[in-house]
Design a protein around this ligand. Structure first.
Ligand code: GLC
Length: 462
């Protein structure tokens, strides 16, 4: 199918997305950069700290240890940093190569605006001038505000608040094959991926502020679907005494409000959540409220672990077998009756697992995935998707060599109870950038899915 047809399919869809946007300061690491970095420390100390596996960065050694771990295992990670002036200064001394839009809501809304979706309403609690300028300059990209008691939608770039603080994450990208030495051992990056040092400013609260919140049912009515993420940034407790429970209860209610006047489809992008308590709450409050979820392999393994499927979880982490991932997705569909689509993306494939009664056919489900695969290869190859024409670059990248094998396995799982669709990735071995790839894949597949459903319903109602 031609790119134009793909884009045509989603054109009339309207999307709401929340909650997280930030600035990503990106450093593209080379072997010599990592060597210099590890040489600033005692190598044995780094190894010891890697074994301790710090879940929060309290000093530079924690960072170096987790970064080396990520490179060695080829696993992406996001670790929060303690809000400490000296530590921030240490990180600010590093020279970053570029600054760009970060955070699921920011990345997804920019992508969908570029793909010329009819209307995107994006909500993010902090919107400083600098943050607002990270949004692409299109008229279909809107921010909700309340003026004189009425809801108004303004172009995001014009809706900023001078006083809002700004959240900057530091992103360390590395390519497969990068090499350095640690304590005499040569370490080689197993995959191209990224390590994120996530800032957690106290003033950032993952919520829709009360003024706009009152209008969530109206916003829901204006759209067809909502892509939700950012819960990973919720802290267990804040200085004013507010707790994670408070924010999760609110967030669950937000979904109800959005669906109050119209039965829109909602998607949770799970994201990497280092804090296990917070991860549990995302499962309890949010996963139990949405129709669709997007995860990578590590994320589904983590969720299965929480649900008590330890063996399966460890197996997925260790072997990466698609059969095990499908098994895990079925468990989720059985546990959470609200879910209609479980979507998993890995470097080799993207997968939909749904119940057999899903209104879309296998071919239609595959079309959603094929579209998102093209988005992914475009982004991996070019670093960013700046126009619809860029997608032709992604289309040139062939599906990876395991494609037929993977499809063969998946077909065996299609039966009276489940519909399963897979699209092999168009694998770019040395991607220009990987941060935000998962969000690109998930939002592409979800928006396309909703667009096809919408068309089906229109045909049925006519
Ligand atoms: C998380 C990170 C953000 C990054 C995004 C990409 O939201 O906090 O920095 O841009 O993931 O997926």
């Amino acid at each position: 199918m031609d790119i134009k047809n793909f884009v045509e399919r989603i054109k009339e869809t309207n999307l709401f997305t929340a909650y997280n946007t930030n600035v990503d300061a990106i450093k593209y690491l080379k072997g010599e950069d990592v060597q210099k970095l590890v040489d600033e420390f005692n190598h044995k100390d780094i190894i010891k700290r890697m074994e301790e596996y710090p879940r929060i960065i309290e000093e530079p050694l924690d960072f170096v240890a987790r970064l080396v771990y990520s490179i060695k295992t080829g696993k992406p990670a996001e670790v929060p940093i303690k809000d400490d002036k000296k530590l921030h200064e240490w990180f600010n001394k590093i020279k970053y190569d570029e600054e760009r839009m970060g955070g699921q809501a920011g990345i997804v809304s920019n992508l969908m605006a570029t793909l010329r979706l009819n209307k995107i309403i994006v909500y993010t609690p902090l919107l400083s001038k600098k943050q607002a300028e990270m949004f692409v300059d299109y008229d279909n990209l809107l921010y909700p505000l309340v003026e004189n008691g009425n809801l108004v939608l303004k172009k995001v770039r014009e809706a900023y608040r001078e006083k809002d603080s700004i959240k900057i994450n530091r992103i360390f990208e590395f390519k497969k094959g990068l090499k350095f030495k640690l304590n005499g051992e040569e370490i080689t990056a197993k995959q191209s991926t990224r390590f994120i040092v996530a800032s957690r400013p106290e003033s950032l609260r993952i919520e829709v502020k009360d003024d706009v919140r009152r209008f969530l049912p109206d916003i829901g009515e204006m759209v067809d679907c909502a892509f939700l993420s950012g819960y990973q940034a919720i802290k267990e407790i804040y200085k004013d005494g507010k707790t994670a429970k408070y924010y999760f209860e609110r967030a669950k209610e937000d979904i109800k409000l959005l669906k109050k006047n119209k039965n829109i489809k909602t998607h949770l992008e799970f994201a990497s959540i280092p804090n296990v308590e917070i991860r549990k709450m995302v499962v309890d409050y949010i996963l139990s409220s949405v129709e669709s979820v997007g995860m990578d392999e590590t994320e589904i393994a983590n969720v299965l672990h929480i649900l008590g499927y330890e063996e399966l979880s460890n197996k997925i982490l260790k072997d990466s077998f698609v059969e095990d991932v499908i098994e895990g997705a079925k468990i989720l569909l059985n546990k959470f009756k609200n879910l209609e689509i479980v979507q998993i993306h890995t470097i080799y494939y993207i997968l939909f697992v749904c119940r057999a009664d899903n209104p879309l056919s296998n071919e239609e489900l595959e079309e959603c995935l094929e579209f998102s695969t093209i988005l992914a290869s475009t982004k991996a190859k070019l670093g960013n998707i700046k126009s619809i024409d860029d997608l032709y670059e992604g289309l040139k990248v062939p599906h990876n060599k395991y494609g037929d094998l993977l499809k063969g396995i998946v077909n065996k799982f299609n039966n009276d109870n489940y519909k399963i669709a897979l699209s092999p990735s168009r694998y770019v071995e040395k991607p220009k950038s990987t941060v935000g790839l998962g969000d690109t894949i998930s939002s592409g597949a979800f928006v396309y899915y909703v667009s096809l459903l919408k068309k089906k319903n229109e045909v049925r109602n006519n």
